[in-house]
Design a protein around this ligand. Structure first.
Ligand code: PLP
Length: 397
């Protein structure tokens, strides 16, 4: 007999992240089982007919549903406060699914300029092929969001805090602009995870994640998810089932394990990032530090209001442009030189020549991506070791 663990209404975030969505098989395994199967078998032809017709609960094919993938969806639904979820093979598949389900030729989208690079490609190029236009605006400039609204605007999309400058969007205000024009408000919550921010509570209609980052948290696998009410998520499920953008059952299991430590890890990422930010802000070789946990940061007040922590990602600028930034990056012995983030391992990257290398010099300037800018995604190592690692390069400047 299957055994769904029922949790009391009062269960808190930490409890939900460890236990929500757990359904045990007849073997009564304690940890979640992994369902590595493409299809499912039936007791009788009549039962097959009932499951195919949706009259009896059950699975048909893992491109549609898989018990382990469903557990991941249900745990994420509990953590984001969402009625429904659709897991996908990657974060980008979640974004494309949201677009394919909710946009059509002639529609218009407004997107923050400071979103993940591939997201810019989706909104700026891929969707353009299908007659969907997009206006890119400054994340924190409400007047630009308002001014970009047109009768055919169907979706507003952003990430907050932004990468790599940690700018913070006013979720309530942008939700109000979207809803005044009957548009959907979609938030990429990858940098905060529900442990630090729950965008649906601030008026977002759909929240999505690259689970590849902090949700896995250990750099092991790809995954994504879109969450919201049934009416908005069911069309995404329908698209996903046709597109085959399904999350692998094995990855779903890895992500379930990641969620169990999410709150602990996010608190530790925030602590390390905050301490690095304070230390860098005092450092004589550092001209500027971008972290919304610093009181002088323009997003500090909003972050205090809508986040339960300032996140694990920060950036800082050194004098001497690219050469100086590269010296800091090339001198590390512990920190990983990679553009990835959301890992137990701290990473360092030079945005101007990696994540933002495709921008023109003028666009980099506009986006605040200076040649001397270095981005850190704080991991879980000892913070004194991280400071010493950065000091190796900084002391040479
Ligand atoms: C990585 C990332 C994505 C894309 O997710 P994938 O899992 O790599 O497809 C989208 N948004 C943000 C903010 C990301 O960091």
């Amino acid at each position: 007999m299957k055994n769904r663990q029922e949790l009391p209404e009062s269960a808190s975030f930490e409890t939900l992240s460890v236990r929500a969505g757990t359904v045990r098989s007849a073997e009564r395994e304690h940890s979640e089982a992994i369902y590595l199967t493409s299809s499912f078998i039936y007791e009788s032809a009549a039962q097959a007919a009932a499951v195919f017709a949706g009259e009896e609960e059950g699975n048909v094919y893992s491109r549609y549903t898989n018990p382990g993938v469903r557990m991941f969806e249900e745990r994420m639904m509990a953590l984001e406060g969402a009625e429904e979820g659709c897991a996908t093979g990657s974060g980008m598949a979640a974004i494309l699914g949201i677009c394919m389900a909710h946009l059509k030729a002639g529609d218009h989208v407004i997107c923050s300029r400071s979103v993940f690079g591939t997201t810019v490609t989706i909104f700026g190029k891929t969707l353009a092929q299908f007659g969907v236009t997009c206006t890119f605006v400054e994340l924190t400039d409400l007047e630009q969001w308002q001014a970009a609204m047109k009768p055919e605007t169907k979706m507003l999309f952003l990430e907050t805090p932004s990468n790599p400058l940690c700018e913070v969007a006013d979720l309530e205000a942008i939700a109000a602009i979207a809803h005044e024009g009957d548009a959907l408000f979609v938030v990429d919550n990858c940098f905060c995870t529900p442990a630090l921010q729950q965008p649906l509570a601030w008026g977002a209609d759909i929240v999505m994640h690259s689970a590849t980052k902090f949700i896995d948290g250990q750099g092991r696998c790809m995954g994504g998810i879109a969450l919201g009410n049934k009416e908005l998520i069911q069309p995404i499920q329908l698209w996903q089932r046709g597109a085959g953008a399904s999350l692998s059952p094995f990855n779903a299991w890895v992500l379930l394990k990641g969620l169990e430590t999410l709150k602990l890890r996010m608190d530790a990422h925030c602590r390390n990032a905050q301490q690095l930010a304070w230390w860098l802000a005092e450092h004589p070789k550092v001209v500027d530090v971008h972290y919304c946990g610093l009181p002088h940061h323009p997003g500090a007040a909003l972050a205090r209001k809508q986040q339960q922590g300032y996140g694990g990602v920060l950036s800082f600028e050194v004098e001497g442009g690219r050469e100086a930034a590269w010296k800091v990056i090339d001198s590390v012995q512990i920190i990983s030189r990679t553009a990835n983030l959301g890992d137990t391992r701290t990473t360092v990257t030079h945005p101007a020549s990696t994540t933002h290398c495709r921008l023109s010099d003028e666009d980099k300037l506009k986006a605040g991506i200076a040649e001397g800018l270095v981005r850190i995604a704080a991991g879980l190592e000892n913070v004194e070791d991280l400071k010493a690692d950065l000091e190796r390069g900084l002391s040479q400047l």
